[in-house]
Design a protein around this ligand. Structure first.
Ligand SMILES: Cc1cc2nc3c(=O)[nH]c(=O)nc-3n(C[C@H](O)[C@H](O)[C@H](O)COP(=O)(O)O)c2cc1C
Length: 366
């Protein structure tokens, strides 16, 4: 069987991507004081040579306090543009598109040199820290501006698109869920108000980068097993607002650091059998009719190329994205395209997830 849908080109905005396989954002812990290094360039070269159509970078910090790992990348000032440009130019040599994921760690920050900030002061048990609640003025002047400026820098670095990291309990995601957002101003309360920060960032960033540059989003649609967290019903309403705002593609996600230690570590779920694969498929099926022509990226436990082919063929999603399988096999897309349709070798053990705390991203199977 030929995987002709999985390996057909498709557009996000006006950006043509050679196939439907996306590397989902994955923190690499390979930067030097926020700058991409040759080690990171080599990783992206391997992924690009390995046939991935679009690489989304690991979370890039929009503020010095908010790197996603000790050696995470940054775009919080113009000084970072040239090193990001080198990374982008190199990846483009291999016909792979590159999206910059920009984010802020917020309540889940583990960087003790800075105070942690969040919509509300709710303890983060994994660090034992209680974040300071941002003032309305700070949200407007500092946070939204830092996202807009970092998005503009991603554009100037030559990235093909920018992705807002609005999931997994980090700052933007933490506005969406009633578990961490107890605000009573225009950024809290109703579902619309909780989503407003995304609308405000989108609108101002669009003014900066013009109509042609895709602004996509990795979006919290549910909190998983977190009592009092975001339900899928609310997540669907948020998705609709995000779609109507004009985002150019949506990658639905969920979960976050509060679930570390539970059986269901969303979004990086441990998979024990083929039945447990594709765990965001039910969510994406609900989202599809709400978002008409907006490209949808199905993420979470994609391991089998024949299933992936079917999801694309049936129009359930327009792209599939993978994180852990591509850490294990950066050349997975080429392997599948060459006719070897055996599932990804990744055992979803999550050792990669825990390894990036102290060392560069790697798979223990390699
Ligand atoms: C080591 C590691 C780092 C990750 N870093 C990010 C990140 O920076 N941004 C993000 O949105 N998701 C991140 N994720 C989540 C993945 O993008 C993905 O959503 C999740 O692992 C489920 O997909 P998978 O089954 O293909 O791994 C990370 C996951 C892992 C395992």
């Amino acid at each position: 069987m030929e995987l002709k849908h999985l390996f057909s080109p498709y557009k996000i905005g006006n950006v043509l991507i050679r196939n439907r396989i996306v590397r989902s954002a994955t923190a690499e812990n390979m930067a030097e004081v926020g700058h991409p290094t040759d080690q990171l360039i080599n990783l992206y070269t391997e992924l690009a040579k390995g046939g991935v159509g679009l690489i989304i970078t690991g979370g890039i910090a929009v503020d010095p306090s908010s790197t996603f790992s000790k050696k995470g990348t940054s775009l919080h000032s113009d000084e970072f543009i040239s090193s990001h440009k080198k990374l982008v130019d190199n990846t483009h040599d291999y016909d792979t598109k590159l999206g910059a994921q920009i984010g802020h760690t917020g309540r889940q920050s583990s960087n003790r040199r800075y105070e942690s900030v969040a919509p509300s002061s709710i303890l983060y048990p994994q660090t034992g820290r209680v974040p300071r609640a941002l003032t309305t003025e700070e949200i407007k002047k500092n946070i939204i501006t830092s996202f807009v400026e970092s998005g503009r820098r991603a554009f100037e670095s030559g990235y093909d698109m920018v992705q807002l990291h609005a999931a997994h309990g980090y700052l933007l995601g933490s506005f969406l869920t009633p578990y961490t957002n107890k605000r009573t101003d225009e950024f809290g309360g109703s579902i619309f108000n909780r989503t407003k920060i995304l609308i405000d960032i989108y609108t101002s960033l669009r003014d900066e980068v013009g109509k042609e540059f895709p602004i996509i989003i990795k979006l919290q649609t549910q909190d998983g097993d977190l009592p009092g967290g975001l339900t899928l019903d609310e997540g669907l309403e948020i998705t609709k607002i995000v779609y109507e705002t004009g985002f150019d593609a949506i990658e639905p996600s969920g979960g976050g650091g509060d679930l570390i230690g539970s059986d269901k570590l969303f979004p990086s779920v441990v998979i024990n059998s083929p039945e447990e694969e594709n765990y965001f498929l039910p969510t994406v099926k609900e989202i599809r009719p709400l978002t008409e022509n907006c490209p949808l990226i199905l993420m979470g436990g994609i391991r089998n190329p024949l299933s992936a082919e079917r999801f694309i063929q049936e129009g359930i999603a327009d792209f599939i994205s993978m994180s852990r399988p591509l850490i294990c096999e950066p050349d997975l897309a080429n392997r599948w395209n060459s006719g070897d349709h055996s599932p990804a070798l990744c055992e979803s053990c999550n050792s990669c997830y825990y390894s990036i705390v102290n060392s560069p991203l790697e798979c223990i199977l390699n």
